[in-house]
Design a protein around this ligand. Structure first.
Ligand SMILES: C[S@@+](CC[C@H](N)C(=O)[O-])C[C@H]1O[C@@H](n2cnc3c(N)ncnc32)[C@H](O)[C@@H]1O
Length: 213
């Protein structure tokens, strides 16, 4: 079988909790934004939602969440986790390139450890444009993904992940340029994303933004 992103992820999501990035508890940087009221419950899109734990956390706080992921196994697990937590979310198997099919507009879009999956520069521009089109004016965009400051998996911008996918690990200046056209940056920082098989975590960037128009 050809090794596509979809079947790499479907393989990993055959069993719940198997993916090294899946954690039931929300990441503390996100929980802080929600618990402090900096991001209030609103209509939300979670891109690359995986097993849906972030979506279901937000739903438990009153957010109206749609989650999309390329992997149908991930979406099935996300639905199961929402039922287990007694929350309602809308989960759809969808590749990011199909985002234009969504007719709703959102107040908040997050892609938590997802943007590095879009390895091609032109495609990253298309992706950010789709996100912008789906956001309401002054909507919030939170993008958290791996950074070029991370010292493993090779060198340079394109790296091969342990699961064989090609990831884009850019520098912050590249990201600022990518986001600059449509977004004002409210907060940016470097964080370590937890990963079960990497004790030090993965050096990542955190961009909290507001859509300009
Ligand atoms: C590193 S995981 C992060 C999952 C989740 N956000 C989390 O933090 O647990 C990246 C996710 O992006 C999904 N993904 C990869 N390529 C995709 C694509 N082209 N379109 C939509 N989702 C994709 C994968 O299936 C995977 O669930």
């Amino acid at each position: 079988m050809q090794k596509t992103s979809q079947n790499v992820y479907d393989y990993l999501y055959q069993k719940e909790g198997q993916a090294p990035w899946t954690f039931e508890e929300p990441p503390e940087e996100l929980a802080k934004l929600v618990e402090s009221g900096m991001i209030k419950s609103c209509k939300t899109l979670d891109v690359g939602c995986g097993e849906g734990y972030i979506s279901t956390y937000l739903a438990s706080k009153g957010f109206d969440v749609t989650g999309i992921d390329i992997s149908s196994n991930a979406i099935n697990l996300a639905k199961k986790h929402a039922a287990k937590r007694g929350v309602k979310c809308k989960f759809m198997q969808m590749e990011w390139k199909q985002l234009s099919k969504i007719k709703d507009k959102f107040d908040f879009i997050l892609d938590w450890r997802f943007l590095h999956e879009v390895a091609n520069d032109k495609e990253r521009e298309v992706y950010v444009n789709l996100v912008s089109n789906l956001l309401k004016r002054r909507g919030t965009y939170l993008s958290v993904a791996f950074s070029g400051e991370f010292k493993k998996w090779g060198k340079g911008k394109l790296r091969k992940s342990p699961i064989g996918t090609i990831l884009c690990l850019p520098h912050n200046r590249d990201l600022e340029k990518l986001f600059a056209e449509d977004f004002d940056i409210i907060k940016k920082s470097m964080i370590k994303l937890q990963q079960k098989d990497l004790p030090g975590g993965v050096t990542s960037y955190f961009f909290l933004m507001e859509k300009r128009n």
